[in-house]
Design a protein around this ligand. Structure first.
Ligand SMILES: [Zn+2]
Length: 892
């Protein structure tokens, strides 16, 4: 699975959250006030269900010991499931036949929460439903050693948000769609099961649904039987898969560009035309990916078919159900005018989900403590595959830009965790998702590939997959596979990088004697001051004014090491100690090199090198070692000539953060109108279309003065246009949001005009978000209540509006909501999908800039009785506020 937009969730700097630009309106048909009665009723239903009979003390969630016990007893699982889906219903009815082998007899817990079960029959014997703490107890006296059969009827909740079966109502044509999303342990919200990844089952599914609906599941439908308006569709039995990988989607989906030999692609009927324009590109890269990965892993595609289903407002960028990946529709059908770089980002998403079919679905982690095994590899292999499929695209530069900063950002905070995360209970597995598994783990794999060499790396993966086909494995299995193929011991490397949290900062020290390098040494220290030392391998760049650079490979396994191979080389102009980004750690430039780079950056022609140097300078800003003002001066001088679209975009992002967070109002005023006019000029006159789009986005994020805002209004009214670019729905709504947030005198008129112009379902969502930016207390109060107390509000509406609510210029206005937002964390953790909690924290804490807000967060941390994982998340996120305060104090 893939975060909706990696940057928005993991990079907490303002610009990378899209400047609050991904935004949305008050919908006419969903009341903003909380429907307390409905919520209470729901709670009562659960209480009635869970309180019926008590039998022993079933634990809450799924503790590790329960999972271990069950995995040792239960095998050969088969689920025969029937779901009856009807439009507009708040529940789905179902029937289940569950068969399994049992090694010895003891009371057995099935997991099932929030639904109701009835007519339970265990081995042909009617059995009362004993439900406790989200489990159904199968009594020992009804079970037997060997084959067992359990049948029952059940109902499961269906809702627009917060449930395992989500209902989406398409406001464009009134259609309804239902889809499941079970990861990490929500299958047990939809049907009774053993909801743990190492109890794989074969699923046979029948879905009864209106005959106008299409149903997609893990396997192909074997046929349908009609009864008037309803059709029963039965799907072929799956291979053994984990519960979190079982899925179905139903509704009037249409198959797009249905060509034999290409993977299936589905979209809701109202988006068919838009999807047809994109389908070939999406299917083609996926097809190429299947061929490449089958060959690379030496394992054919592991499931009988591969479909992709676009789901509007999907909580993640994608979810890799075996044979049926669900993709966030917005990640495939762009709501903004896309650049070339955006299209490459889409390739990465598609290849990430595809890699999971092997890494995650065929071979699955035993428990979610090894989440990185699937996410780290999916992320790393997506880049690896795209580099092979599109070799001219400088993919590893992209990896550095898109992956590494998110990892370094969290790993430098007190909230970071090791790559391997202890998960005593699956109910806490959501907390394991974040930049450590999505960004640090792939960063480590890049380092491991460098250490082992490409062939050993590939052969280790082949061995690992071969030995755990349709099974489960742990990280030590993978490490052993690498050791066996390479003959190298990885014990220390693996345990240090996988079990220890944090990262090293690597400093380089060099002196010249005349025109020769006399010595060069590397030293590392633990960024968190916890005393860690990491074994690492890197490549050092020695750069010269008028000769080719020299590259030296170096190892560092202690706190310090001399790089003997560097001595005697010509004296360089500057040194950078992580050339090609092979190593993982913070690599700042030494003072002499930093000075040289600030002067010579314009002459660095190697794009990857230039990107790394810009990145290192930004790291220095965030470490308060380089004044943000100096960074702004450099960017103002060099950015207009930067021809690489994604590098320009990332530097513009840093400029935006520096302007909105790190400098005082006076410095901000000095620079804003200059950047506005550069952006306007290049948006209109850059010869490259991608750059014109990038500079349009820069203007949208930076415009602040009356002149800048006039440009936005001109773009909205059509008086100005970006040559060759048709701005899309979200481009337009982002400008409206900016004008609302900045309290432009014409904001209300602009907002009303856009609402009239774009009454579509997405338009309503974006208007909802835009209005959240309105800088007045009552609006904020109303939205805040809506976020926490309106169960009818789709989660993606809330998520999309959080940045607008916390617009960068509204810190003071929003400070009263900081504490209530923190107080709500347990509720948010319990009720929302995986990435929402971080989005919530990032929005409310990053919305603040003052020492007073900083103190408030730290006081809350001390006083509140929070789960450990929530404490870590706050520590992770507050780091950016701590830095902001530090930088402002140091340089103001
Ligand atoms: Zn993934």
């Amino acid at each position: 699975m893939h975060p909706a937009t990696a940057n928005r969730h993991f990079l907490r700097t303002t610009e990378e959250r899209d400047c609050g630009g991904n935004l949305q309106p008050i919908s006419g048909d969903v009341p903003l006030t909380f429907n307390i009665v409905a919520m209470r009723l729901l709670q009562m239903v659960v209480v009635v269900f869970t309180a019926c009979v008590c039998f022993g003390a079933a634990p809450e969630g799924i503790p590790r010991e329960l999972a271990r016990d069950r995995a040792s007893l239960v095998s050969d699982l088969r689920y025969n499931l029937r779901f009856s889906l009807t439009a507009h219903a708040s529940t789905a009815g179902g029937h289940e036949e569950l068969s399994f082998q049992l090694k010895s007899v003891a009371p057995l817990l099935l997991d099932f929460r929030e639904g109701t079960a009835s007519n339970l029959v265990v081995n042909n014997s009617a059995t009362p439903v004993v439900a406790e703490n989200g489990h159904i107890v199968l009594p020992a006296e009804k079970l037997r050693v060997g084959q067992n059969m359990v049948t029952m009827d059940f109902t499961a909740p269906v809702a627009p948000a917060g449930k395992a079966i989500t209902r989406f109502e398409d406001k464009d044509d009134g259609s309804e769609y239902l889809y499941t999303l079970f990861v990490p342990m929500d299958a047990s919200m939809a049907f009774p099961c053993f909801d743990q990844p190492d109890l794989k089952g074969r699923f046979r599914l029948t879905v009864s649904a209106p005959n106008t609906w299409t149903v997609i599941s893990n396997t192909a439908a074997e046929g349908g039987v009609g009864h008037a308006w309803v059709i029963d569709r039965t799907f072929a039995e799956t291979q053994p898969i984990s519960t979190y990988l079982f899925a179905f989607a139903a509704g009037p989906f249409r198959k797009v560009h249905d060509v034999p030999g290409l993977p299936g692609l589905y979209v809701r009927q109202s988006k068919l035309q838009k999807a047809e324009a994109e389908a070939a590109e999406v299917q083609e890269i996926t097809k190429q990916g299947i061929d490449y990965l089958s060959n690379f892993f030496a394992q054919p595609f592991p499931f009988p078919k591969y479909d992709m289903v676009m789901i509007p407002g999907f909580a993640y960028g994608g979810m890799e159900h075996a044979g049926a990946t669900f993709l966030r529709e917005e990640s495939i059908l762009f709501r903004i005018a896309p650049t070339h770089s955006d299209r490459l980002g889409r390739d990465i998403l598609l290849l990430h989900e595809l890699t999971h079919q092997w890494f995650g679905d065929l071979t699955t982690m035993r428990w979610f403590d090894d989440l990185w095994l699937k996410e780290g590899f999916a992320q790393y292999m997506a880049y690896h595959a795209l580099d092979a499929l599109k070799p001219t695209e400088n993919i590893w530069k992209r990896f550095y830009q898109a992956i590494k900063p998110a990892a370094y950002t969290i790993d430098a905070t007190k909230g970071t965790t090791p790559i391997y995360q202890d998960i005593p209970n699956l109910k806490d597995a959501k907390s394991a998702y974040g930049a450590i598994v999505y960004s640090k783990a792939p960063g480590l794999l890049k380092q491991l590939d460098f250490v082992l060499g490409d062939n050993n790396f590939r052969d280790g993966l082949r061995l690992y997959l071969k030995e755990h086909t349709y099974g489960n494995a742990e990280w030590s299995d993978l490490v052993h596979a690498f050791e066996r193929v390479s003959g190298q011991s990885l014990t220390e490397f693996a345990s240090t990088w996988i079990r220890r949290r944090g990262m090293p900062q690597i400093d380089v020290n060099w002196t010249c004697d005349g025109d020769r390098l006399a010595r060069l040494s590397l030293a590392q220290h633990d960024v968190l001051g916890e005393g860690g030392v990491w074994p690492l391998a890197t490549q050092i760049l020695l750069s010269y004014r008028d000769r080719d650079p020299v590259r030296v490979r170096a190892q560092l396994s202690q706190a310090q090491a001399e790089v003997e191979d560097a001595a005697g080389k010509p004296c360089p102009e500057f040194v950078f100690a992580n050339d090609q980004d092979y190593a993982y750690g913070r690599f700042l430039l030494d003072p002499q090199s930093q000075k040289a780079v600030m002067q010579k950056m314009g002459d660095v022609h190697d794009l990857f090198e230039r990107t790394l140097l810009w990145g290192s300078l930004w790291d220095a800003v965030r470490e308060a070692r380089l004044a943000p003002r100096d960074y702004l001066v450099l960017a103002q001088r060099l950015l207009p000539d930067e021809k690489d679209e994604s590098l320009a975009q990332s530097v513009i992002g840093h400029v935006t953060t520096a302007l909105h967070r790190y400098v005082n109002a006076e410095v901000q005023q000095q620079f804003v109108s200059k950047f506005e006019s550069i952006a306007t000029d290049l948006m209109l006159h850059s010869p490259d279309q991608g750059l014109r789009i990038i500079w349009f986005r820069a203007l949208r994020g930076l415009a602040q003065t009356p002149t800048g805002r006039d440009q936005l209004k001109g773009l909205l009214s059509g008086k100005i246009s970006v040559p060759g670019v048709e701005l899309r729905q979200l481009d337009r709504w982002s400008m409206v949001t900016a004008l609302v947030a900045l309290k432009d005198p014409e904001a209300d008129a602009v907002f009303a005009a856009e609402k009239k112009r774009d009454p579509s379902g997405d338009g309503q969502k974006y208007a909802y978000a835009a209005e959240a930016a309105r800088p007045d207390g009552p609006t904020k109060q109303q939205y805040f209540q809506d976020y926490l107390h309106n169960p009818g509000r789709p989660e993606d509406w809330v998520e999309q509006s959080l940045g607008a609510f916390n617009y960068w210029n509204q810190a003071e206005l929003n400070q009263p909501f900081l504490r209530p937002a923190l107080d709500a964390l347990p509720q948010v953790k319990r009720e929302r999908k995986i990435f929402f909690l971080l989005a919530w924290l990032n929005a409310f804490i990053d919305g603040q800039q003052s020492p007073a807000a900083q103190a408030q967060v730290h006081e809350f941390l001390k006083a509140a009785n929070l789960d450990h994982d929530l404490q870590l998340k706050i520590l992770e996120v507050v780091d950016e506020l701590d830095r902001t305060v530090r930088i402002r104090q140091r340089f103001s």
